[in-house]
Design a protein around this ligand. Structure first.
Ligand SMILES: Cc1ncc(C[n+]2csc(CCOP(=O)(O)OP(=O)(O)O)c2C)c(N)n1
Length: 552
């Protein structure tokens, strides 16, 4: 009797099927010899797109931004030692930003492992501190299973990155075709009625209740607005999650970011009840672990019980999904009487106003505030902004009103080089959106080459570069702390528009507000990516200081 053999596929071919079954659509890579069959299998899969980038740093930021925007993980697939090292900054960002990410790493072949083979590094150990789970697969027939497990871990509880290293010889081995193991459909952890009513009663009785909303509340915008209105509570957005709540809402009180003006924090200082939702209360959000002030009653709702009370004292914690919990709170049989937040809001609104001095051009360069004014006048309100790390971002964070959901992608990890690749990924994932990267000249030269990826992938983004010839943030710290600069002057002006053109994109050099308006309005309707190189004044080192004053 002839026996029927089960159909076989290569271990590599099983992977994209598992990914696609989980709704994952994109894999960002720099190809390597240790995972030839994997890039081939992804390329051949009808539901997946393989996106080759110009540096693993770009691949990592793209996968992170893609997932942050869509809520579904993306994959970064790179090679052993050098590739894995280059990718690490994006994985660290996903870890700090609670973004689900699947990292697939080609490793040295099984029979060479442990001999410090070509580019070998202990990848599991290397990635352990910056992932939720880091592992190495040693059998080809377990690769699909581990991939499914990686997706489950990355997306459950507090999301984050998972790294799976695979010795290169395993990918080509034939394995039985896998019976897909569907991801379990999870019920959302709810807020029990008793707890809901306790919280609702507390918010109703409070005199000045305030909500701090973080990334975990991003998918719960309507519910958040409803709760804020029902309990007449002021709302702060956590660090770089400004789009969590409509900034034009009368209850929005500001952004707990770097350099937040002290008066904006006053309503938080005065609050007698602080409800923290989907927010890990990082160093920046808590303004150096100073707020909420000791003695303030804080309640925290978080999907991860480990976050509750982790950095602030909390009298009441609920391990619950932000959306489910807010939806419950919005329906509780309580309603607070009207509280007047107009004074606190006016304080914030005033900090967003473009100062008159921004109209003046100094040393032939634009004031950073003038760039924000130009953006406000020219870009659509619902443009999706990605931003890099750097002092230029303090002007953006202060001056741009994030009115619409999913309009901000920014690394809470503070990683330079984020903005351009994040914008490329955002445009690939959401081609209908206007996507604008905002970056300093330091960050632009770290990952700006991903403009070529944007050109190749047909992703017409706008990149606004604040070119001030400085690693400005660090220059500010040096001037303030030491009274002189070291290593923070970078050559300039560079012909960044020419650089963009050499990559197949468009470029414009901007010295005046008129040139800026023209370049921006043309860029958002262009078919090609456009880099707008704005020459900004290095003297204006932050919204509140000049470099000369700090050095003086
Ligand atoms: C990958 C990385 N390297 C170094 C730093 C430290 N750092 C923070 S901001 C900054 C300077 C940014 O310069 P630029 O992009 O020109 O923006 P500017 O501050 O001048 O506005 C540096 C070096 C960082 N955050 N990330």
């Amino acid at each position: 009797m002839p026996t029927t053999q089960p159909p076989t596929v290569t271990a590599a071919q099983a992977v994209p099927q598992v990914l696609a079954d989980a709704g994952i659509r994109r894999c960002y890579t720099v190809p390597g010899e240790s995972f030839l069959e994997l890039t081939d299998a992804v390329e051949q899969h009808p539901d997946m797109t393989l996106i080759s980038t110009r540096h693993e740093n770009g691949a990592g930021f793209m996968a992170e931004a893609d997932a942050k925007l869509t809520g579904t993980p993306a994959v970064a697939a790179v090679t052993r030692g050098p590739g894995a090292a280059n990718l690490a900054v994006g994985v660290h960002t996903a870890h700090q930003d609670s973004t689900p990410m699947i990292v697939l790493l080609g490793q040295a072949e099984t029979h060479r492992l442990g001999r410090e083979a070509f580019q070998e590094v202990d990848l599991t150990a290397f990635y352990a501190p910056i992932t939720k789970w880091s592992t190495t697969v040693h059998r080809a027939d377990r690769l699909a299973e581990v991939t499914a497990e990686a997706i489950r871990v990355a997306t459950s509880g507090r999301p984050g990155p998972v790294a799976v290293a695979v010795p290169g010889d395993l990918f080509g081995e034939h394995v039985d075709e896998q019976v897909p193991r569907p991801l379990p459909s999870m019920s959302r952890s709810l807020l029990p009625e008793k707890d809901r009513d306790r919280l609702a009663d507390w918010l109703t009785r409070a005199v000045r209740p305030v909500i701090i909303a973080g990334g975990g509340a991003q998918g719960a915008r309507e519910e958040l607005v409803q709760v804020a209105e029902r309990y007449s509570a002021g709302v702060y957005a956590s660090w770089r999650r400004q789009d969590v709540f409509p900034n034009d809402h009368p209850l929005y009180l500001g952004h707990l970011g770097l350099g937040c003006p002290s008066p904006v924090l006053e309503a938080l200082r005065q609050a007698d009840a602080v409800l923290v939702v989907g927010c890990r209360m990082s160093e920046t959000t808590t303004q150096g672990y100073q707020l909420p002030e000791a003695g303030t009653r804080v309640a925290q709702i978080d999907i991860d019980p480990g976050q509750i009370g982790a950095s602030v004292n909390v009298w009441f914690g609920a391990a619950a999904d932000a959306r489910a919990a807010l939806s419950e709170l919005g329906r509780a049989p309580f309603k607070a009487s009207y509280r007047d937040w107009s004074a606190a809001r006016r304080v914030w609104v005033d900090t967003t106003k473009v100062p008159r001095v921004a109209g003046e051009q100094t040393r032939g360069r634009l004031h950073p505030w003038a760039v924000i004014a130009g953006m406000r006048a020219t870009l659509p309100e619902d443009a999706l902004l990605t931003n890099d790390a750097g002092n230029f971002a303090t002007f953006l964070h202060r001056g741009w009103w994030f009115r619409h959901p999913n309009t901000q992608l920014a690394p809470t990890s503070g990683a330079m080089g984020y903005a351009v690749p994040a914008a490329v990924a955002a445009k690939i994932a959401r081609p209908e959106r206007t996507v604008v990267a905002v970056v300093g000249d330091g960050g632009a030269m770290m990952t700006g080459q991903e403009l070529e990826t944007a050109v190749r992938m047909g992703a017409p983004i706008t990149v606004i570069v604040f070119q001030n010839g400085l690693y400005g943030t660090i220059a500010m710290h040096q001037a303030r702390a030491l009274g002189r600069l070291s290593g923070t002057r970078i050559s300039g002006p560079l012909d960044l528009a020419g650089y963009a053109r050499s990559l197949g994109a468009q470029g414009a050099t901007v010295h005046t507000r008129e040139e800026l308006a023209k370049a921006l309005s043309e860029s958002v309707t262009a078919d090609l990516p456009t880099l707008v190189d704005v020459r900004t004044d290095p003297e204006v080192i932050s919204p509140s200081a000049t470099l000369g004053d700090l050095l003086g």
